[in-house]
Each structure stands twice: as structure tokens, then as C-alpha cells.
Design a protein around this ligand. Structure first.
Ligand code: HPA
Ligand code: MG
Length: 204
């Protein structure tokens, strides 16, 4: 591996930081659905890396709040894969430890005595997160934590950063792993960057 390649990612503040000049991996190195042939520029974060990172976030969450019952709030639809995988990893850790964790995945019902874990795929301006936090905090839960798979480096980033961050990425548009472009690409398992052809093809 060349030096420039090795320095493209770094770990800072308990997250993987992807630098602005990271070009992604060549599509030839991975597989992806044939119907997206020509529609992608690169594999930005391979599925396996997403899964490995999610497994570690699950462990951090278990270490912090594994002694309490948790209600998991999934921010749809982009968050459903991350949420489902995160919950599976937390369950597996719970099974393999002597902690017996009661976990419920919920979308609306909240009770004041519960601990809430909000799970979102992408946090950029933080506006969605702030609105959601305000809503959830009105129920006066015991504790509210936020897990975000991706946090974008945006100039006008406002509000609270997730407590658990998978990757910090440049301010660019990505798809896959349930993230969409006009409802397309949710079925792609890697996180990818769209090509010009892809943008044209699925434009509305
Ligand atoms: N991809 C898909 N959906 C999004 C993104 C993105 O990069 N940012 C905000 N919503
Ligand atoms: Mg969308």
C-alpha cells in the first residue's frame, strides 16, 4: 500500500475519519447488482467494513448502557439497514454475556421511564436529529443516546453530534446500505458514490 493510500483514513475521536481526497475503491474490486452497472463511480465504504464498524458500535453501546432496557428508535427509511444490523449485533453480544438486555425496536410509542437509542444512517446539518431529540425529550426518558453511521463534515453543522459515530465523511452524496437517490440504490449493500450516468438515469 502506498503512503498516500494509508493516510486517507484516520481514527479521531472514536470514529473512522474519511478524508476529502478519498477516491473510494474501484468497482472492479467488488460485486454489486448488475442493474446498477454504469450508475456508480466507486465503492466508498464496502459492506464488510460497515458491518465490522457496526459490530464495534454495538459493543460500545453495550458497555455504556447494556445494563438498562433500551427502546431503539429507527429513523426511516435510510436508517433501517444500519438499525437492523446494529440491533442484531447488540442482541448477539447480549446472548454471549451474562447481561440480559430487554430491547424493543419502536417507532412511536415512548414511555418516560425508558432509555432511548435513536439510530440514524446519516447526520449532516443535524436538523432532523435536533427535531427528533426535541420530540423524544418531551417524553422525559431516563436517557437518550444517538447512534449515527455516517456524520458529514458540513460547514454549518448545527446541534448535537451522535454519541456513537461509525464514520465521519466529506460533505458528498452517497447511496447504498438503505441510503437512496430518489428511492433507488437502497438495495446496494456497499455505500457508494453515484456516477453522472446514474444521476441522469434516476433523476426525477
Ligand atoms: N445520501 C442519501 N440520502 C441522504 C444523504 C446522502 O448522502 N444525505 C442526506 N440524505
Ligand atoms: Mg432519501
Amino acid at each position: 500500500m502506498t503512503e498516500s493510500c494509508a493516510t486517507k483514513t484516520a481514527q479521531r475521536d472514536g470514529r473512522i475519519v474519511i478524508e476529502d481526497d478519498w477516491p473510494g475503491y474501484s468497482l472492479d474490486l467488488f460485486t454489486y447488482p448488475e442493474h446498477y452497472c454504469g450508475d456508480l463511480e466507486s465503492v466508498y465504504i464496502p459492506h464488510g467494513v460497515i458491518m465490522d464498524r457496526t459490530e464495534r458500535l454495538a459493543r460500545n453501546i453495550m458497555d455504556d448502557i447494556g445494563d438498562h432496557d433500551i427502546v431503539v428508535l429507527c429513523v426511516l427509511k435510510g436508517g433501517y439497514k444500519f438499525c437492523a444490523d446494529l440491533v442484531e449485533f447488540i442482541k448477539a453480544l447480549s446472548r454471549n454475556s451474562n447481561k440480559s438486555l430487554l430491547m424493543r425496536v419502536d417507532f412511536i410509542r415512548l414511555k418516560s421511564y425508558l432509555n432511548v437509542l435513536i439510530v440514524e444512517a446519516i447526520v449532516d446539518t443535524g436538523k432532523t436529529m435536533n427535531a427528533l431529540l426535541k420530540y423524544v425529550e418531551a417524553f422525559q426518558p431516563k436517557m437518550v443516546r444517538v447512534a449515527g453511521l455516517l456524520v458529514k463534515r458540513v460547514a454549518n453543522g448545527v446541534g448535537r453530534l451522535p454519541d456513537y459515530v461509525g464514520f465521519e465523511i466529506p460533505n458528498l452524496f452517497v447511496v447504498g446500505y438503505a441510503l437512496d437517490y430518489n428511492e433507488y440504490f437502497r438495495d446496494l449493500n456497499h455505500i457508494c458514490v453515484i456516477s453522472e450516468q446514474g444521476k441522469m438515469k434516476y433523476k426525477v
